[in-house]
Design a protein around this ligand. Structure first.
Ligand SMILES: Cc1cc2nc3c(=O)[nH]c(=O)nc-3n(C[C@H](O)[C@H](O)[C@H](O)COP(=O)(O)O)c2cc1C
Length: 176
């Protein structure tokens, strides 16, 4: 698919509290399944997303270091809950609370990944927005992608250290 990354419109989209946005990927993050809620909110047809990298719906406000943390967690065969802002086809955005898990094959090894996303608490979104904005600002101090990742990851670790909680505990305090 010829794909031109959209420019953010600043317009937020919402989905219903009882909706779940679902996608599955292979081990490299290429989409193997997307449910109707996913396709509707992102404004894509199924054939346009299957086989595409999941970064298809990446929003530029998402820090690189958060995705690195997500992939590191999945690489350690662990689940992760994360607030993510995604971008629809026209550049509109929508916030989700994603639960991303490895899918294990019969031999117990990961064969892909699965993400279920639900409507996030508005209070959690306003808190995580500040944290992501700080991470993004830190990353943007550097032109080099590797340096961006290192600087963002270091700030993410400092931010967690300041809370005195590991990420998997901290993430639940955002909605409290
Ligand atoms: C199951 C699964 C679901 C994902 N969901 C999203 C998502 O909703 N939005 C997103 O931007 N990236 C998502 N990612 C992460 C992307 O694969 C990618 O790491 C991210 O968009 C950053 O892309 P980039 O490094 O090319 O900038 C997901 C990855 C997996 C394995």
């Amino acid at each position: 698919m010829a794909f031109t990354r959209p420019t953010p419109t600043g317009h937020e989209r919402f989905f219903a509290d009882d909706d779940v946005i679902v996608s599955k990927t292979d081990l490299t993050g290429k989409i193997t399944y997307a449910n109707d809620v996913f396709l509707t909110i992102a404004s894509y047809e199924e054939h346009e997303v299957i086989g595409q990298p999941h970064s298809l719906i990446r929003h530029p406000d998402m820090p690189r270091s958060v995705f690195k943390f997500m992939w590191d967690t999945l690489g350690a065969e662990k689940e992760i809950f994360a607030y993510v802002v995604n971008m629809a086809r026209n550049g509109d955005h929508y916030w989700v609370l994603a639960h991303v898990t490895p899918t294990f094959g019969p031999d117990g090894r990961p064969i892909g990944y699965h993400s279920n996303r639900r409507v996030p608490e508005p209070g959690a979104v306003s808190r995580i927005k500040q944290i992501y904005a700080a991470l993004l600002a830190e990353e943007r101090k550097y032109a080099d992608k590797r340096q961006q990742l290192e600087a963002g990851t270091a700030l993410l670790q400092r931010t967690l250290q300041d809370t005195g909680m590991p990420y998997e505990e901290f993430v639940w305090t955002l909605a409290a």
